[in-house]
Design a protein around this ligand. Structure first.
Ligand code: GDP
Ligand code: MN
Length: 393
């Protein structure tokens, strides 16, 4: 489950990560009321489940009530990468220190904006911490040599000494080094004890008065740990109330998704085949949980995205993947499915039917990978029946 920035900050605060005081607003008047209470300047921030809000005009500084009114009015209702802004976060603006060693192309000093995150490195079977002095931009655009990586064995945990060495390796400015230690230790605790799949601060800043502080929060909670966290229920109701739920997640990933009420998740390529798949599931007595068209390609990436969306639906008991290989060959599709299953832990088994170009090779790959989580059936009818049977158990 992905959290919005303000929820991520609430979560951060529980673990002692310093964040700014603020308040949520669904109307312009609420935004102004928060700003008056907080004191100026404030930042008016769009709350949507996607990054790059700053670039899209969804983050604005305001120095008085009129400016808050103006920006809040503009940002509410704005479409940011397919997400309609229905909620704002108003926070007290921070003053960011200027770097004495890093400069922009025009010669001006850069702001002291860093990047910090923890996630899981599956292939290393360890946690991966990433830290960079080049924050405030997408980490994908930062050259590898400017990212200090640390692998943490979950059994050993992160020691303060390791944390200091990591900070030194990232070449954080002297003035930020001591202050970064407790923040990164807290981020590690948030990631582990807080059961996150991703805990990211971008930017992590050095303020003009020498504090290290989180300006943004990107948190993905690990759905598999949900039963340990009754307090997460509060985050779910919000994502439904703001309409920013599975549909938005699918849209962001470039998928055509429509949620339905049943328990058989559906993934197909092409709108026609996806509709036929919904129909055949009904025909054999089942109830589709969704319509999902992955479009032309069926790479591992696309499969991971599609399965991630379906995996967030707690009603799904079986997933029917129905692919007709055209330009995308069935062996690629099969490898995509197998690879996707390595990357995400599914809550329901897959029944896959693939046909078309290179069907024999594709089926052989799926057969070789059959398990209680993956069944391959060559034709649409028997696959639909199998999926419905599993879902009904
Ligand atoms: P994102 O664009 O969705 O990642 O949104 P962020 O919350 O990261 O904000 C984008 C940028 O706005 C940051 O990188 C900062 O440069 C700037 N920004 C956000 N909050 C503040 C603030 O309190 N003070 C200042 N000076 N800049 C801010
Ligand atoms: Mn950011």
């Amino acid at each position: 489950m992905d959290l919005m920035e303000y929820q991520g900050k609430q979560y951060f605060a529980r673990f002692g990560i310093p964040v700014s005081a603020g308040g949520i607003a669904d109307t312009v008047d609420e935004a102004v009321a928060h700003a008056e209470r907080l004191g100026y300047p404030v930042v008016v921030k769009a709350q949507v489940m996607t990054g790059g809000r700053g670039k899209a005009g969804g983050i604005k500084l305001a120095h008085n009530a009129d400016e808050v009114r103006f920006h809040a009015g503009n940002i509410l209702g704005m479409d940011i990468r397919g997400h309609i802004v229905r909620r704002l976060w108003i926070e007290r603006a921070s003053e960011i220190a200027k770097s004495s060693t890093r400069f922009k192309e025009n010669g001006e000093p850069k702001d002291e904006e860093f990047y910090a995150s923890f996630a899981l490195d599956r292939s290393a079977k360890k946690y991966l911490g990433m830290l960079s002095v080049e924050g405030g931009v997408e980490i994908e655009s930062v050259p590898d040599e400017l990212i200090a990586k640390i692998h943490v064995d979950p059994i050993d945990g992160l020691s303060e000494a390791d944390c200091r060495a990591w900070i030194a390796a990232a070449n954080l400015p002297e003035a930020a080094r001591e202050g970064a230690v407790p923040v990164l230790m807290a981020l590690y605790r948030c990631y582990t004890e807080g059961d996150c799949e991703l805990a990211e601060i971008n930017p992590l800043i050095l303020t003009t008065d020498g504090r290290v502080h989180a300006l943004d929060a990107k948190v993905t909670l690990d759905d598999a740990a949900r039963e340990r966290h009754p307090e997460w229920a509060e985050f779910e109701t919000v994502s439904v109330a703001t309409g920013d739920s599975r549909e938005a997640l699918a849209k962001e990933k470039g998928l055509q998704y429509v949620g339905l009420d049943g328990n058989v998740g559906i993934i197909a390529n092409g709108a026609g085949l996806a509709m036929s798949t919904v129909d055949i599931v009904k025909q054999v007595g089942g109830a589709p949980a969704n319509f999902l068209d992955i479009g032309g390609g069926a790479s591992a990436e696309v499969m991971v995205n599609a399965l991630t969306v379906i995996n967030t639906d707690p009603n799904v008991r079986a997933i029917f993947i129905n692919i007709f290989g055209g330009i995308t060959r069935c062996d690629e599709v099969a490898r995509g499915i197998v690879e996707a299953m390595k990357r995400i832990t599914l809550n329901a088994p897959i029944v896959a039917r693939i046909d078309g170009t290179n069907a024999a090779e594709g089926r052989a790959i799926l057969k070789a990978n059959e398990s209680e989580k993956l069944v391959m059936l060559p034709d649409m009818l028997s696959a639909a029946q199998k999926a419905v049977e599993i879902a009904g158990k």
